[in-house]
Design a protein around this ligand. Sequence first.
Ligand SMILES: [Ca+2]
Ligand SMILES: [Ca+2]
Length: 162
Amino acid sequence: MQTQKKHGFTLIEVLVAVALVGVAVVALIASNRAFTAANGEGLNLSTAEFLAEQLRELTAPLPVVDPQTTTATFGPEEATLAGYDDLDDFDGAVFSPPIDAGCTAMGEFSAFTQRITVENVSGIDFTQVVGDHTTPFVRVTVDILMNGRTITSTRWIRARLN
Ligand SMILES: [Ca+2]
Ligand SMILES: [Ca+2]
């Protein structure tokens, strides 16, 4: 009968193998964490874009100046949001929790804040802010903040047609 030489692993070999597996597991956990964090940032960004879009939809049908008093006042002529009927009524408005395109507060997004700025801009240079109601062009800026930090800033131009 032939004797077989048994070859097992030495203690050193086993320890090296265990250490290598440990390094691989740690790397895997670290990359998974980084991915989760990146994914969370992406989710916040798409939420912020959604919230900015709500204000664009809300203000899109409104005239640039008040239908009754036109350019007499820059800002809200009405006491409450429900009465707002022109674009500059929203200047300086801050909604926390944010509101949807139908002016309803969205408590599920209470970590976010919508902030609107409405400014008249030069007709030849939309980056140049001019005096209230001095041009037919209005620039709307919507900042979306999360826990006090600005996540997105969206701008568009409206022109007064009437
Ligand atoms: Ca108004
Ligand atoms: Ca107004």
